[in-house]
Design a protein around this ligand. Sequence first.
Ligand code: LLP
Length: 422
Amino acid sequence: MTLHPATEHFRYRSGALQCEGVDLDQLAQRYGTPLYVYSRAAVEQRFAALRHAFGPEASICFAVKSNGNLSMLRLLSELGAGFDLVSGGELRRLQAAGVPTAGAVFAGVAKADWEVREALAADILLFNLESEYEVDMLEALGAEAGRPVRLAVRLNVDVDAGTHDYIATGRKHDKFGLTLDRAAVVVERIAAAPHLELRGYHVHLGSLIRTPGPYLAALERVLEFMDGAAVRREGVRYYDCGGGFGTGYGDPGGLLDVAALGRAMLPLLAARGLTPIVEPGRYLIADAGALVGEVLGAKLSAGRRFALVDAAMNDLIRPALYGATHPIVPLREPPDGAARTPCDVVGPVCESADFLGRQLALPELARGDRLAVLAAGAYGFSMSSNYNSRRRPAEVLVHGAEARLIRRREDFADMWSQEIDR
Ligand code: LLP
């Protein structure tokens, strides 16, 4: 049985939840829980959909922040991805993974000198200039390195994509990008700076955008801006529409139709000689990952039913931080007609915000049963922490019938290895 179309790589076979051809219960026994499990086929399928939607020329830059595991970066690089970076640490990750950095774009509302120096040395494709102070800074660092700095100006086009306040970035009071009036000045300054080269424009409206409309509204404003003066078009070859491509989290209708977006956007770009760049994180990796946990106990409190599990908000903070809902399913398929009642799936952390799901219709669960939190591949491990001195989980990558450990579970000593006077 398929759980829902967005998680077709996680399904029950003979009553057991599998990731591709691998039994999740066996992985849990072998590597322990909590455990992140990823499907390679799911990533490949989404990458192919993006390539099909945006064409052979497009740069598909995977947002490293969504899942920076070195094996995942290698997999995406093999598929033909470039990378969207937001820190020097993410650049170091690419280098540690041994993947090419030439196709990387570097966004970030505030960049430090060392980050720019390292990215210049790595000869990345584009820096996304977001704040006015960066003009002088990038010019000075370009002069110091004796090389031109290729730029895309990040425009704040004041489009509200209607997403959660914390992950909306394209409204005029958000801290990201340059409003069009300021961008007009900045573009002139770039044109006058000997080491700066304007190559494109960048917009990122936020995350979990489920329709093409906001992307097209943003593009229209950017094209209007470009039409405003010749200096805004000189040397401009790229349009980076950002990431934020919505996925369903259990709602099959939530997946952005990337083919429709491509169909609407590509002719407008082609007419101006612009090559598309897209920066998806979640679309590529969210549905490819599950967080597996084990039930430590069941509890009934004032009529409310809790499943107490060994996975917690430190492993997956999205429900606590954004009120995000992830489908949660038992690894053993419940028999047909099994009663399901509302249940809160909570972890052992000492906060009431420590829940993975609330009021989910779940069958009876007992100590030792295992669960999978689905659609957890993006912003799951990458936002995990050691809160409550909990070791961060192990990660496994599944390919067909094979499973490979791509990050071991932390040792306790890892947690205090950087503390001095031990
Ligand atoms: N490009 C830029 C400039 C971004 O800031 C982001 C995400 C992306 C691309 C990728 O967005 P995606 O395609 O993955 O939605 N922790 C939150 C998401 C924060 C996203 C921050 N920026 C979450 O768990 O929903």
